[in-house]
Design a protein around this ligand. Structure first.
Ligand code: AMP
Ligand code: MG
Length: 418
């Protein structure tokens, strides 16, 4: 049994992130949300692109207004109004000011903007009632970003702010890594689709749906391969079909020590290298991690995760081990590991045994002290076969090996899962 942290490190060490031209595609800016940047972006435009005003007010020459005050206002003659989106038509000479709006280009001659609140309009003159700072309220060309400098690094996940930056840089075709392809198969003679009325002893294949949703939420493409019976030939054929189309293969079930648990044997027969066979985690002890040599030698091997069949075990294994692997493989530069935070447990938590224990529940900010998190254990059974109370869970509390009991009110380590 490999301890969880060690297993995670081992899995990550097997992975070379997507790279190279065959891992790259260009997508339109509007379709790039959630994707990962595959080439560094260098902008061709300074930001801002013009000296412009940060305020509604008057563009002035600082030297003209340095001594202005409410008692001794300075009167300046107005030249024009410069609306946003139109260039100024004349310079500001000594003794003059231009009416300017937020974002409007600064006229030549002017070096400072006086905000409207410190002025008073008098016919075609403006009275300046307060001395500004020199250069105040001018956003200078290139002061946020200079053309030619690195703008965004490879491996950045593109969310709202990143897309805004790319839009401002007029990067309309965004180079991103292709989506990972993740094949999902459910093994077990007892499994049926949700549409099928249950015969005695049958179980609905729920893992297929859980795993597909989690794979998609991780930004990858899910390839559902359905239910595979516990027959070596069928299993070998399904895995071979998955190998032909996926970067990562997830199966659930068949990795324990039962009479019909064939996955490990078939993997070995098909030429895989078995890296992990069980982890010191509860739920989720049976976990097979194997690699197949990649078709193209410079790339990551094809990763096979044989997840346990029990629904809670399959999910915990996915969150703890598969998700970090998908993040690293996808080309994401950082943040592969799960996020752990400290929280105060609202319920006593029972530990014990040789495995790290993961129990599901909800993490939320404490209402009285928002700098503190609370963890509330999901009610109902924490059996690995129960999935009902997993709905709504957003975190897993971790009970370390060697801990018998964590009383309510204790600070605990919690893994965020959504
Ligand atoms: P196994 O690891 O194959 O022994 O499966 C362990 C338990 O998980 C058994 O009770 C299975 O019926 C159940 N199980 C296996 N696969 C699935 C699945 N895809 N969806 C829901 N339950 C499953
Ligand atoms: Mg089974």
């Amino acid at each position: 049994m490999v301890p969880a942290a060690e297993a995670e490190a081992l899995i990550l060490s097997l992975i070379t992130p997507l790279d190279g031209s065959d891992a790259l595609e260009a997508v339109a800016l509007g379709a790039a949300a959630g994707r990962i940047l595959a080439q560094p972006v260098t902008g061709a435009l300074d930001m801002p692109h013009w000296d412009n005003s940060a305020m509604d007010g008057y563009a002035v020459r600082y030297a003209d207004v340095a001594q202005a005050s409410a008692d001794h206002p300075v009167a300046l003659t107005l030249t024009e109004t410069i609306p946003a989106g139109k260039p100024p038509t004349q310079p500001v000479a000594p003794g003059q000011a231009a009416r300017i709006l937020t974002g409007s280009m600064m006229p030549t001659g002017a070096d400072t903007v006086v905000m409207q609140e410190n002025t008073q309009l008098q016919d075609n003159r403006v009275l300046i009632l307060d001395a500004p700072q020199p250069g105040q309220f001018v956003r200078h060309r290139g002061s946020f970003y200079q053309a030619g400098q690195p703008l965004m690094a490879v491996g950045t996940r593109l969310g709202g702010p990143e897309l805004a930056v790319l839009a401002a840089a007029q990067c309309v075709n965004v180079p991103v890594f292709r989506r990972l392809r993740v094949a999902i198969l459910s093994t077990g003679d007892e499994l049926v689709n949700p549409e099928t009325p249950l015969q005695a002893g049958q179980i609905v294949d729920s893992n297929q749906y859980a795993l597909a949703a989690l794979v998609q939420a991780a930004g990858a493409e899910a390839i559902p391969l359905g239910i595979v019976p516990d027959q070596p030939k069928a299993l070998a054929a399904a895995i071979q079909s998955a190998l032909a189309q996926a970067d990562v293969i997830l199966s659930s079930g068949g990795v324990s020590v039962g009479d019909f648990d064939y996955v490990d044997r078939i993997l070995a027969d098909l030429g895989a290298t078995l890296r992990i066979r069980s982890v010191a985690v509860r739920p989720g002890k049976p976990l097979t991690v194997a690699t197949f040599p990649s078709v193209n030698a410079q790339h990551s091997p094809i990763l096979y995760f044989g997840l346990p069949g029990n629904p809670a075990s399959a999910l915990v294994s996915f969150w703890r081990f598969v998700e970090p692997a998908l993040r690293k493989l996808s080309g994401l530069r950082e943040g592969w590991s799960p996020q752990f935070v400290e929280a105060v447990t609202q319920h006593p938590l029972k530990g014990g045994g040789p495995r790290e224990i993961y129990l599901w529940g909800r993490l939320s900010p404490n209402s009285a002290n928002p700098s503190r998190y609370d963890f509330a254990l999901a009610g109902g059974s924490h059996s690995s076969g129960n999935l009902v109370n997993l709905a709504g869970a957003n975190a897993l509390v971790v009970i370390p090996v060697g801990t018998e009991l964590l009383p309510a009110g204790e600070v605990v380590r919690v893994m965020i899962v959504r």
